[in-house]
Write a protein that binds this ligand. Structure first.
Ligand SMILES: NC(=O)c1ccc[n+]([C@@H]2O[C@H](COP(=O)([O-])OP(=O)(O)OC[C@H]3O[C@@H](n4cnc5c(N)ncnc54)[C@H](O)[C@@H]3O)[C@@H](O)[C@H]2O)c1
Length: 299
């Protein structure tokens, strides 16, 4: 297939583009950031740029839309920036698809659409009530995509990832726990933990998530939405302990007050992805962390 990826220069995007090329798809990437990926044509630009998206779209069979601003904290400071980029960016891509009769749209949704869950493990039809503008944009994107699936006969797929981790995660600033803790331990810096560290979260390895994307390419017309999550919930302190073991250095942990509204457990039921895609996470946490550490050490 001829596949257009947006946000392909980012953490997940690079892994996905490589996997698509390996599966013999022809891949074009639109991203604001340049990126050299073997076998991928990268168009450096903004998905908000209608002309650029319109020039790039013709002839593609499917779009993986990963381009988004991703920092929940920053979205609270700058809701307009997130609303415009994430929601209008999605609209530009969908409109261009409609114009050029490209009808398969798969995109990065997020656990953030659920906000504070009423129960765990979270199932797809549980309450969605975002607690920050980032989560709101992801829920709005889902609404846009479902409306295009029903109104215009698209195949729309929302993959709701929990905490992704793996090699090549290099955000600036890095707010995600695993790469932040790993670098803090390596540099003997303080490891900053909110609350007592007993909070449990759901971590899913990047290559597992990529595999789900490839499987989702064959979903039929209609709107599909599913959680992509790890095998178990793991506490922050457990993550730190595994990192200490793999890095071979003790962590200097400093605790701050727990953040109000921070749920004690946040993890998902991924049985829908198993039923619909035949997908299950395969990479054990320790193995995934080992690969992540190896990459950080080399970078
Ligand atoms: N990393 C996670 O834990 C996680 C969890 C849930 C959902 N997601 C979603 O997965 C997707 C990928 O996440 P990631 O961690 O790889 O993020 P990332 O920041 O590494 O990659 C996103 C890419 O999108 C690009 N981008 C953003 N806005 C753009 C625009 N207007 N035009 C062109 N390019 C633009 C950025 O330059 C970046 O390369 C995002 O949509 C994110 O919201 C990530």
């Amino acid at each position: 297939m001829k596949i257009l990826v947006t946000g392909g220069s980012g953490f997940l995007g690079k892994h996905l583009c490589r996997a698509l090329v390996a599966a013999r798809h022809i891949v074009t990437n639109i991203d604001k950031k340049p990126c050299t990926l073997q076998g991928v044509q990268t168009v450096v630009g903004d998905v908000m740029d209608e002309m650029l998206v319109d020039q790039t779209m013709p002839g593609h069979d499917a779009v993986f839309h990963l381009a988004s601003y991703i920092e929940a904290g920053e979205s609270v400071e700058q809701p307009r920036k997130y609303t415009e980029n994430n929601i209008l960016g999605t609209l530009v891509v969908l409109e261009s698809m409609r114009k050029h009769e490209v009808k398969k749209f798969l995109f990065s949704s997020s656990a953030a659409i659920y906000g504070e869950p009423l129960r765990t493990p979270i199932q797809e039809n549980d309450r969605t009530l975002p607690i920050n503008p980032y989560g709101m944009t992801k829920l709005a994107m889902e609404g846009l995509v479902s409306s295009y699936a029903y109104a215009f006969g698209f195949t729309g797929v929302a993959l709701r990832y929990f905490n992704l981790y793996g090699p090549e995660e290099d955000h600036e600033p890095e707010t995600h726990a695993i790469p932040r803790f790993a670098r803090q331990i390596m540099h003997s810096d303080e490891v900053t933990v909110w609350g007592d560290g007993s909070n449990k979260r759901d971590y899913v390895y990047v290559e597992d998530v990529v595999r789900a994307h490839l499987l989702a390419l064959s979903l039929p017309q209609g709107y599909h939405y599913m959680n992509l999550s790890g095998k178990n919930a793991t506490s922050v302190l457990e993550i730190i302990q595994i990192l200490e073991k793999l890095i071979g250095k003790p962590a200097k942990v400093t605790h701050f007050d727990a953040r109000p509204g921070d749920p004690s457990e946040l993890f998902a039921d991924a049985s829908k992805a198993k039923k619909v895609l035949g997908w299950e996470p395969q990479v054990e946490l320790e193995e995934g962390l080992h690969k992540t550490i190896q990459w950080i050490m080399k970078a």
